[in-house]
Design a protein around this ligand. Structure first.
Ligand SMILES: C[S@@+](CC[C@H](N)C(=O)[O-])C[C@H]1O[C@@H](n2cnc3c(N)ncnc32)[C@H](O)[C@@H]1O
Length: 276
């Protein structure tokens, strides 16, 4: 006789707690049962003493094997929430982080203040920024990425969520048609020199979504330069902790008039806003 749902939940939580913080293990075990197996919290409360069918127990074991190898849960489940919507993710895309919502908020605020009609999301990945902007404004939204795999996922997310986004493959702004409009991006910004000390889960994410030369500053710097040259009214970028001061100086010397850096809840530099 296999475990009951209560026993399965407890065992799963203990297994996850071997490599996650206890709070994270509890939260993740709930997501496995609710989103992974599709069992509501109310159903689980009412049926905790019921035996788990063998195929569900096998499924949990298979997921645990992958998780023990360090594979992020988002890739196993195949989606993440962002701004109240579900976005498909695959190993071709970065797993969107909650702090990127700050970039979206900043872009919406600057775009409204500047009365923009066009915006582009550069390095769109799963499309979170482009799709959110398209659904929450009446702007004409374009998105680009170098990765064809990421663009396929972004296209599928835009279609499923009913967002009008034009997608192009290309390097930074190269494929963006005129007028460029507000430039919004969460470019790769991890310093390759830091690679050895990173969480092992990052090894599952595409390298081209994470790393940038020049201590992580190369793509943000190039984007600020290209956006200015293409007469973008503003540029809103996610940046890495400790990158604000240097990028602000580079943006000002590149001709942007007002450049501000904003910190996240942990007090780290997170968003750079440049206004022409
Ligand atoms: C940090 S991820 C951000 C993905 C998504 N915007 C998000 O926040 O979840 C950076 C993205 O930029 C893309 N990328 C890397 N270099 C690029 C380049 N030179 N031009 C366009 N996209 C690039 C990567 O493929 C990746 O999808």
């Amino acid at each position: 006789m296999g475990p009951t749902y209560d026993q399965l939940g407890r065992g799963l939580c203990e297994a996850l707690a071997r490599f996650l913080e206890p709070g994270e293990a509890r939260a993740e075990s709930r997501i496995w049962l609710e989103d992974g197996l599709g069992l509501s919290r109310a159903w689980l409360a009412a049926h905790g003493a019921q035996p788990v069918p063998p195929e569900q127990a096998r499924q949990i074991e298979a997921w645990l094997d992958r998780r023990r190898q360090g594979e992020p849960w988002a890739y196993i489940l195949g989606w993440v929430p962002f701004r109240g919507r579900r976005f498909q993710v695959t190993p071709d895309t970065l797993i969107p982080r909650p702090e990127t919502e700050m970039v979206l908020e900043a872009a919406l605020e600057v775009g409204r203040r500047l009365n923009v009609l066009h915006a582009c999301d550069i390095g769109t990945g799963s499309g979170i920024l482009a799709v959110s902007m398209a659904l929450e404004t009446d702007w004409d939204v374009v998105a680009t990425d170098l990765s064809p795999g990421a663009l396929r996922v972004a296209r599928a997310n835009a279609a499923r969520l009913g967002a009008q986004v034009r997608l192009f493959q290309g390097d930074l702004l190269a494929a963006v048609p005129d007028p460029v409009g507000l430039v919004v991006a969460n470019p790769p910004y991890v310093d390759p020199a830091d690679e050895a000390g990173l969480q092992r889960e990052l090894a599952f994410e595409p390298r081209m979504a994470l790393f940038a030369e020049d201590r992580g500053l190369a793509l943000a710097t190039a984007l600020l330069g290209q956006a200015k040259a293409r007469m973008a009214p503003g540029c809103v970028l996610e940046i890495g902790a400790g990158q604000g001061q240097e990028l602000q100086a580079r943006a000002l010397s590149g001709g942007w008039k007002r450049v501000t850096v904003h910190q996240d809840l942990a007090g780290h530099d997170r968003v750079l806003m440049a206004i022409a």
